[in-house]
Design a protein around this ligand. Structure first.
Ligand code: C2E
Ligand code: MG
Ligand code: MG
Length: 472
């Protein structure tokens, strides 16, 4: 047997009609096989041998058209895959993905696909919708035992989202619904199994609406900062301020970061928000420090996403060069809980940032990994003790001990220390006794608009000027 290509040419034309045909047959088996191979490869994920995302969509649509119902579509997310890659190396990550695909395939689903870097999907027509949980449990037990990677056994957790189509099956819709359910599983702390619910779709729609609204807000310049004073606890004078992001929403008024930052991070909009943000803060720092003998330091919060997606030192350098600010007047705050492990790359980035002259602060210290190695390895200038240690400081012996230890450590290592969230005189007095240099909190003032902050700063300058005149 061989594949052939036949070409027919009429010959001996008599009265306009051919008397014979000349046929030329060629063996094109090799070419045909090569084409099939290419076509097949375009549908297969080369790493795991499962269908790729495009082929999955095609196959699901085809199967949905053939079957009337019911049909299970499940998506499976490998939790913490990034850590496997960074902890064991990419080869180990690849090996894990291959093992996962193998185990899922062994269950015998109609369709198995790798739909994302660490995401799989399966489709199975069910005899009856009651068989759903049984089928899901087959996936769970196939994936339950430890995985063997480069000589180590690791336990991997999975999030699963699924939907069962029971009538008028629409492949695209089922895929979208399984996706929404998976998103809910991933966002729960327990990373378990979620079945699609109508609210999931609502949430997805809200997310889309929110993204659009935030893009619009960027265009309309609705993001801006308020500034909260940072106080020198030994003198009570303003030593600087922290820029806190605010969204002045046309309809819902001022929105605090808690209601939109994580969304901005998920969608990448944070990059544009903070690009404009750093410029605004640099210009503000330049403005309030004009003619001051002792400069005020303004801090700005930066997101871990920014470190992942842009060359931070180059970006900060560019912004500072375009402004008349002295880099020493700016401090970048990184939230401890969101900081990556202290990789050599991260240390190099921070060192470059420090060489520009900007300060580096670890925010919410004590809430994250509290890895003391950070303090030794990162070229930081400031630690901010999280407000959970400050609340009720007067009444808690353990909080006192912890805060005192952090203050001592910072003194030894040469960092400036700032206590966050000071609300009472008692907390303030305790902190002063414990040797904490700076403080921030509602006791001294909430974040206020730039104009108001500039005015407060100008007044304190005027006051200290009068005082020195009086002293004379
Ligand atoms: P953070 O950097 O730790 O900022 C301190 C938060 O504590 C602020 O909330 C502030 O209003 C609040 N706070 C200050 N003093 C007190 C107090 O005495 N008591 C209490 N209960 N709260 C106090 P806010 O403005 O809602 O900001 C929340 C978080 O959002 C910030 O925590 C920071 O992680 C993030 N964030 C703020 N602005 C930005 C930004 O421009 N970029 C990024 N990436 N994140 C930001
Ligand atoms: Mg902060
Ligand atoms: Mg904080």
């Amino acid at each position: 047997m061989f594949w052939n290509e036949l070409r027919l040419t009429p010959i001996n034309i008599v009265d306009g009609r051919p008397a014979h045909y000349l046929g030329l047959m060629r063996d094109v088996t090799v070419r045909k096989r090569a084409l099939d191979h290419v076509e097949q490869n375009a549908r297969i994920d080369l790493l795991t041998g499962a269908l790729n995302r495009n082929a999955f969509a095609d196959e699901l649509t085809r199967l949905a058209g053939e079957k009337s119902a019911p049909m299970l579509v499940a998506k499976i997310d490998v939790a913490g895959f990034h850590e496997i890659n960074s902890g064991y190396g990419y080869d180990a990550g690849d090996a894990v993905l291959r093992q996962i695909a193998e185990r899922i395939r062994s269950v015998g689903f109609a369709i198995v696909s790798r739909t994302g870097s660490n995401e799989f999907a399966v489709v199975q027509p069910l005899g009856h919708p009651n068989n759903t949980l049984e089928t899901i449990n087959l996936i769970r037990s196939a994936l339950a035992s430890d995985f063997l990677v480069s000589g180590a056994t690791i336990n991997i957790r999975f999030a699963i989202g699924f939907v069962v189509g029971v009538s008028a099956l629409d492949g695209t819709k089922l895929m979208r619904q399984a996706d929404s359910a998976l998103r809910r599983s991933k966002s729960s702390n327990f990373l378990d199994v979620s079945e699609f619910k109508a609210e999931d779709e609502m949430r997805s729609r809200n997310r889309i609406r929110m993204t659009r609204e935030m893009q619009q807000a960027l265009e309309n310049d609705e993001f801006g900062f308020q500034y909260q004073p940072k106080i020198d606890l030994s003198t009570g004078a303003i030593a600087g301020g922290e820029a806190l992001l605010r969204w002045r929403h046309g309809l819902f008024g001022t929105q605090l970061p808690g209601s939109f930052i994580s969304h901005a991070e998920d969608t990448g909009l944070i990059l544009e928000i903070s690009r404009r943000g750093l410029r605004a803060v640099a210009d503000f720092a330049a403005r309030i420090n004009q003619g001051r003998s002792r400069a005020l330091n303004i801090s700005i919060n930066v997101s871990a996403i920014e470190f992942r997606h842009r060359d931070m030192p180059a970006f900060v350098d560019e912004v500072i060069s375009a402004s008349s600010v002295d880099p020493r007047w700016i401090t970048l705050e990184l939230t401890e809980s969101k900081m990556a492990e202290s990789s050599p790359a991260m240390i190099a980035i921070m060192t470059r940032l420090r060489s520009l002259g900007v300060g580096l602060s670890i925010d919410d210290f004590g809430t994250g990994y509290a890895n003391l190695r950070y303090l030794e390895e990162f070229p930081i200038t400031e630690l901010k003790i999280d407000r959970s240690f400050i609340r009720g400081l007067g009444q808690s012996r353990s909080k006192n001990i912890i805060v005192e230890a952090i203050v001592r450590l910072s003194d030894e290592l040469g960092f400036q220390i700032v206590a966050e969230g000071i609300e009472t005189q008692e907390e303030c007095a305790r902190l002063r006794d414990l040797g904490c240099h700076f403080g921030q909190g509602f006791l001294f003032g909430k974040a206020i608009d730039p104009e108001a902050f500039a005015e407060v700063v100008a007044q304190t300058v005027a006051m200290s000027a009068t005082r020195t005149n009086d002293d004379k």
